[in-house]
Design a protein around this ligand. Structure first.
Ligand code: ZN
Length: 226
């Protein structure tokens, strides 16, 4: 029983590692690759709000000052939608689900007016990690919950067209769903091999648990397993 619990914890831990690795690979993916699977929606009324839905990635952004949006960075024509259509894409964990962030969080990190706020979530099959960033008027007036990489690593990634902001805030239940999903995928072949081994031992008259030859009794004299 204790061994089984240890096994479950081990597979969940491995599942969590793969879950995070997959989310970070999506965060690394160049914009040009995001573009291939992306659908984007823009609310044209102010503040201008953009939702980009791509495989493994969800972007929500709001812009105060400029008539510019991330959808144009994607070099495609976004679908212009009304408020109700746009808000149907807001997940419950997002600040966007609780009103326009530029209105509800009107202060930038330095206390000036906030002119951009965005959230980006990554992960597959569910979104499991995200970061948010807020920008004020000044060039350094910016805050982000993404993992801060050393400049040299950021430059190296940027030079190779990779992105360099990695999420660390977990999304529930997405994080749990992905962890169980990848844990189960790893566990399946191990469980299959175990079942095969037990069947082969029974056929050869050995204890299925420890492979000690079974005598007349139904209980193994070596390990006590029935
Ligand atoms: Zn045994």
């Amino acid at each position: 029983m204790k061994r089984r619990a240890t096994k479950i914890v081990l597979f969940l831990l491995l599942g969590a590692i793969i879950n995070v690795a997959v989310a970070w690979l999506f965060a690394l993916r160049p914009w040009s690759k995001v573009q291939e699977t992306a659908r984007s929606y823009v609310r044209s009324t102010k503040p201008r709000t953009t939702v980009i839905i791509a495989t493994g990635e969800l972007y929500l952004g709001q812009y105060g000052g400029w008539a510019w949006s991330e959808a144009y960075v994607l070099n495609e024509t976004p679908k212009f939608v009304d408020d109700a259509q746009l808000s149907s894409h807001f997940p419950y964990w997002s600040a966007f689900a609780h009103g326009d962030p530029l209105v509800t969080q009107s202060q930038s990190p330095e206390g000036s007016r906030l002119w951009q706020y965005d959230e980006t979530a990554f992960g597959w099959p569910a979104y499991s990690l995200f970061y948010q960033s807020a920008h004020g008027n000044g060039p350094s007036d910016r805050s982000s919950t993404a993992i801060a990489l050393p400049d040299s690593l950021r430059q190296l990634l940027a030079r190779n067209n990779f992105r360099f902001e990695f999420p660390r805030t977990p999304i529930f239940p997405g994080f749990a769903i992905n962890t169980i999903f990848y844990g189960a995928i790893l566990w399946l072949p191990v469980a299959g091999l175990g079942a095969l081994r037990r069947r082969r031992r029974i056929k050869r008259g050995l204890c299925p648990a420890c492979a000690y030859p079974l005598g007349e009794s139904d209980v193994c004299t070596e390990c006590g397993k029935a």
